[in-house]
Design a protein. Structure first.
Lengths: 118, 240, 89
């Protein structure tokens, strides 16, 4: 089971790398935004993995049993929570920019955009 | 040009991978028992009688950070709405004629519209006790409103969605957050202090300001989501 | 047992994330993105994070794919309307 102790971190790293490759690979801006959200998902896994404890329960206190079983770390969960909501807002802003680009330039292919400026 | 881009990409990814392989053994192993911040956060939550320790961290110990994050969300929504304004030549708009909707779809849509709205605000109201809170409940209630479009048509959605009020609601959410913080400054001496009587752990009236902050965040996020989706829908349906 | 569940859910997360990146057709990609959000919220449940799972379920599998789908439709319409359209690669 020792070898499993670092496995979630590799999943987090894998998601970040795949998202980054996807951004470079994508031929239109919407795809790039979707890949960016995959990259960001890697950070959620990383944060939650740091706070996880084996045999611990979710960080909700019952009426009496707060000292009987350990809880997982609520601090990283709070960070992840706000991270997710902020990512929704930022994705919306990026999509709005992509729509604006399509309106102006009639395309969202980054390669064509470099030649169409002005 | 394209080859150069891939070269830079692979160089960056290989470097990142190598650094990651060196860095990961330095992290605490997953499932470890030592979590010093957890111990402090849980103690703080028990002291302030907040059963949901995540809400306690978000709206009590780290409330100032949450104000920053709420501001990011507010600004992002504002920016997206400004960018998606209809252009001048798109002003001659017509409402889309609604297609046929199956009676069963219509029924399910309206039933679930009610259920989602209630569940969303329930999640907000119990955010200090059970999993959930302002962020999640606001999103559930805000996006659930669009079941009216699935079930009926665009004009039904427009009727139950007073955009003018939602704009005010979104701003009121942010102002309310700051106002509760200032009330803490006046009553207890520092910004965003939990100054309301705490109650007992697990009771509905517990946690002090956590429940109040949950409510204003729910208002802000809910209104923000509806306005965002309304702008995207408007771009898609009404223009041209 | 809990560990097996967690590892399985994380493996599934990595797999769906990879498929999301590799899917070329934009609308198919959105469906995959939505299921990626769903799988991810299950993985968060196995990591004992119900708050985060709820948030991820609402944002990652509903709001973000929906906004992206609407934006995609608008963008497609703008690209199609274009008088100076260039050949797609």
């Amino acid at each position: 089971m020792r070898s499993m102790a670092y496995f979630p971190y590799f999943v987090a790293g894998w998601l970040m790398v795949m998202g980054a490759v996807g951004i470079v690979w994508s031929r239109n801006l919407v795809r790039a935004i979707v890949c960016l959200s995959v990259t960001q998902s890697g950070t959620y896994v990383l944060l939650l993995a740091i706070g996880y404890q084996r045999h611990a329960v979710a960080p909700i206190l019952g009426a009496q049993d707060e000292n009987t079983r350990p809880l997982v770390d609520p601090v990283v969960q709070a960070m992840t929570l706000t991270d997710i909501v902020v990512s929704a807002g930022v994705t919306a802003l990026l999509l709005a920019i992509a729509v604006q680009v399509a309106r102006r330039h009639r395309t969202t292919d980054p390669d064509q955009l470099s030649t169409l400026t002005g | 040009m394209k080859r150069l881009r891939w070269l830079v990409c692979w160089f960056g990814i290989c470097t990142f991978g190598i650094l990651l392989i060196f860095a990961i053994p330095g992290l605490p192993p997953v499932g470890d028992v030592s979590h010093p911040y957890r111990d402090l956060a849980v103690r703080a939550a028990v002291e302030h009688a907040t059963a949901n320790t995540v809400a306690s961290v978000n709206f009590d110990t780290r409330a100032f950070d949450t104000l920053g994050e709420e501001a990011i969300f507010f600004t992002a929504v504002l920016g997206a709405i400004a960018l998606l304004r209809p252009a001048r030549h798109e002003k001659d708009r017509r409402l889309p004629h609604s297609g046929r909707v199956l009676a069963s779809t219509r029924l399910a849509g309206y039933v679930f519209l009610g259920i989602t709205t209630v569940v969303g605000w329930d999640v907000v109201a119990h955010g200090h006790l059970t999993p959930g809170g302002g962020f999640q409940g606001g999103i559930v209630a805000g996006s659930g409103l669009h079941l009216a479009y699935v079930a009926g048509n665009y004009s039904v959605l427009q009727r139950i969605r007073p955009l003018r009020l939602l704009e005010i609601g979104e701003a009121a959410g942010v102002v309310g957050f700051i106002g509760i913080g200032l009330a803490g400054l006046v009553c207890a001496g520092s910004f965003l202090t939990n100054f309301v009587p705490m109650g007992i752990l697990g009771g509905f009236l517990s946690g002090g300001t956590v429940a109040l902050l949950n409510a204003v965040v729910g208002l802000e996020v809910g209104c923000g989501v509806v306005m965002l989706l309304s702008r995207f829908l408007e771009q898609d349906l009404v223009m041209t | 047992m809990a560990d097996v569940l967690m590892v399985g859910a994380l493996l599934l997360t990595a797999a769906t994330g990879t498929v999301t990146v590799l899917t070329r057709e934009p609308r198919a990609q959105l469906m995959v993105l939505s299921s990626f959000g769903l799988v991810m919220s299950l993985a968060f449940l196995t990591l004992q994070a119900p708050d985060v799972a709820l948030s991820q379920l609402a944002v990652g599998s509903i709001v973000v794919p929906l906004m992206t789908l609407l934006a995609l439709r608008v963008i497609e319409r703008h690209s199609r309307e274009s008088p100076t359209k260039r050949g797609k690669p």
